[in-house]
Design a protein around this ligand. Structure first.
Ligand SMILES: Nc1ncnc2c1ncn2[C@@H]1O[C@H](COP(=O)(O)OP(=O)(O)OP(=O)(O)O)[C@@H](O)[C@H]1O
Ligand SMILES: [Mg+2]
Length: 262
């Protein structure tokens, strides 16, 4: 079992889209994949079709039926084996998030060894899994630190946009600090996302990233593709939603490269 953290404290760079569709593509290729939604926004959970149930008995039908999430794993020491759910693909499993995770960072402050809560939970999970992919919130707070501490490799998605490299220094500094508790953590790869071939800017970002990260950057570049942004609202992966789209093709190529590398 190899554990990957997909992180970049910059918001909206394609972390969740990558965990979802890279995860789904790896699963289609026969790998057993566990994706963990560590973001209180829970976009990964809903994007995979995980829907909260609402209590039909309550008057206005807005009472959420309680379910166990990554919050319980971190705060209540609930084993991952009691929290993970199956998805449409028998090889793909999800640990869902919950809005309550938004308060978890504050609750964790009083817990001893608060940086290793996720690491410990994953190490007790004995299912036969090839890859764990952890989706992080856009910050370098305790949730992301837990993911960096648990992981073998850091994967950084970078959006082909203005200021793409801004803030990366901070992420790399944090990674160096984490090496105190997780000495083997390395940058496993960099994924360029939302590439727009019509703009000079996108091409410049690709060049800069390749110069800076050299072979760490994956050859596959994910294009800007509206189908990728539409699919999650139907709770579908890009392969279920539009298997012929350029987005689907890119994530398939990326999965091939990923398996070769890891
Ligand atoms: N290649 C792409 N082409 C077009 N739209 C994309 C692409 N990748 C992601 N998007 C869209 O861009 C937005 C941001 O992507 P995503 O949610 O994956 O980023 P994120 O880094 O997880 O964001 P956050 O930091 O808020 O968690 C979403 O609406 C998503 O659907
Ligand atoms: Mg996200």
């Amino acid at each position: 079992m190899r554990i990957f953290v997909i992180a970049n404290q910059k918001g909206g760079v394609g972390k969740t889209t990558t965990v979802l569709n890279l995860g789904a593509s790896l699963a289609q290729k026969g790998k057993k994949v566990l994706v963990i939604d560590l973001d209180p926004q829970a976009n990964l959970s809903s994007g995979l079709g995980f829907t909260k149930q609402f209590d039909k008995k309550s008057w206005n039908n807005t009472e959420e039926v309680p379910y166990k999430s990554i919050y319980d794993v971190l705060i209540n020491q609930t084993p991952i084996s009691e929290v993970f759910v199956t998805t449409n693909d028998p090889n793909l499993f999800l640990v869902p998030s919950h809005l309550s995770l938004a308060g978890a960072e504050i609750e964790m402050v009083n817990i001893l060894a608060r940086e290793t809560l996720l690491k410990n939970a994953i190490s007790e999970f004995k299912e036969d899994i090839d890859y764990v992919l952890i989706d992080c919130p856009p910050s370098l707070g305790l949730l992301t630190i837990n993911a960096l501490t648990a992981a073998d490799d850091l994967i950084i998605p970078i959006q082909c946009e203005y200021f793409a490299l801004e803030g990366l220094g901070q992420l790399i500094e944090t990674t160096k600090l984490i090496k105190g508790i997780n000495p083997t953590l390395t940058i496993g790869g960099v994924i360029l996302t939302m590439f727009d071939s019509r703009t000079r800017l996108s091409t410049n970002v690709v060049e800069d990233v390749r110069k800076y990260f050299s072979e760490k950057a994956f050859n596959t570049v994910v294009p800007r593709n509206v189908r990728l942004s539409e699919a999650p609202s139907f709770g579908q992966t890009i392969f279920e939603y539009d298997n012929a789209s350029t987005g689907a093709q890119a994530y398939k190529e990326l999965a091939k490269e990923f398996i070769k590398r890891f």
